[in-house]
Design a protein around this ligand. Structure first.
Ligand SMILES: Nc1ncnc2c1ncn2[C@@H]1O[C@H](COP(=O)(O)OP(=O)(O)O)[C@@H](O)[C@H]1O
Ligand SMILES: [Mg+2]
Length: 317
């Protein structure tokens, strides 16, 4: 059986006895990429700070690799996790080489190993040419990539990346996404927080957790969440008016694209029957009738919608 790499148990953080930033959060992260999604202020950074041991929970527990991080035989969190904060403020006056040498010495790595590791990592994050330049002069994307290099210096199995792509331009984003996919190939586990959803899609996250107001709304693989939300997307080509009108009463949503109709429906069979009937009767050639799941952004919106409905119901009670 797969064993969890990170697991939280009713993890809670209340600031100043009043702001509930994280509320009985239970997440489980397995090997691979875990997309930690939520709107701004949802509690992602607060959770991450507790995971890396820089904030103490108000209540609840955290296990890393099956061990409680606050137990007596405390795990050495910093040797197990590489962490890149949301807005890294490294020693900006240092060059990439100097920064990595410094990190290597913190981990008591032998000099020769430090040298080899630096060359390897700078190549990996595509900063070989910037090795002797001061970090202050790097672009935002380069700063994030040197952040990843420093987090990987002692080769931890787990990386925790807070909004790693959020402040990058499209080029920087794509470069970062490719790097993260490479790291996944190398067998690293990554918890990646973001409020920018399409990124997680491009990374092919193995599973995602959606949080809002400090607690978990949904967690699972994209497929599992699709099944749970019970909605199917169907793409129909062409975008035909007769088909569209006859579907309107039996589906929950129709989005029109220039040459297709995207349909959200719970009852696929009924949709399929209607289309077959209409196309036969009116001699319409259907080029494509394909069902697919929701994409991350749609799952996210649906999950939040559902949550809000539940809350309204509770308010009424
Ligand atoms: N040090 C702090 N003191 C008081 N409130 C805080 C502190 N840090 C975060 N918060 C509050 O906790 C909530 C969650 O914040 P945060 O974890 O930064 O969310 P996210 O990273 O998802 O945007 C917000 O309401 C924020 O204002
Ligand atoms: Mg944050």
């Amino acid at each position: 059986m797969k064993s969890p790499i990170i697991q939280t148990f009713d993890l809670t953080k209340i600031f100043d006895n009043q702001t509930v930033a994280v509320n009985k959060l239970n997440i489980t992260v397995y090997k691979g990429i875990y997309g930690f999604l939520g709107p701004n202020g949802a509690g992602k950074t607060t959770t991450i700070k507790m995971l890396i041991g820089s904030l103490y929970p108000t209540s609840g527990r955290i296990e890393l690799f099956g061990k409680d991080i606050f137990s007596k035989d405390k795990v050495k969190i910093h040797t197990l996790i590489g962490y890149v904060p949301e807005n890294p403020t490294y020693f900006l006056g240092m060059t990439a080489e100097r920064l990595l040498e410094f990190i290597g010495s913190v981990f008591h790595m032998p000099k020769q190993e430090i040298k080899t590791r630096i060359s390897y990592l700078l190549k990996l994050v595509d900063l070989t040419d910037a090795r002797y330049r001061v970090i202050a002069k790097y672009s935002a994307g380069m700063k994030q990539r040197i952040g990843i290099a420093q987090a990987l210096m002692n080769d931890p199995e787990l990386l925790i990346l807070d909004e790693i792509t959020s402040n990058l331009d499209p080029l920087g984003r794509n470069q970062m996404i490719e790097l993260l996919k490479d790291l996944r190939q190398e067998g690293k586990t990554m918890l990646i927080s973001t409020h920018v959803l399409p990124e997680i899609q491009k990374m092919n996250a193995d599973s995602i957790g959606i949080i809002d107001l400090g607690h978990l709304i949904m967690e699972g693989t994209i497929q599992e969440l699709n099944e749970r939300l019970g909605t199917k997307l169907i793409r129909i080509n062409p975008n035909n008016e007769i088909i569209r009108r006859s579907l309107e009463p039996i589906v929950s949503k129709i989005t029109e694209e220039p040459d297709s109709l995207i349909i959200e429906a719970d009852n696929l069979e009924q949709v399929w029957k209607t289309i077959a009937e209409i196309s036969l009767k009116n001699n319409i050639v259907v080029n494509e009738f394909r069902s697919s799941g929701l994409e991350i952004e749609q799952i996210f919106m649906k999950a939040l919608e559902k949550e809000n409905k539940n809350m309204e119901l509770k308010d009424v009670e």
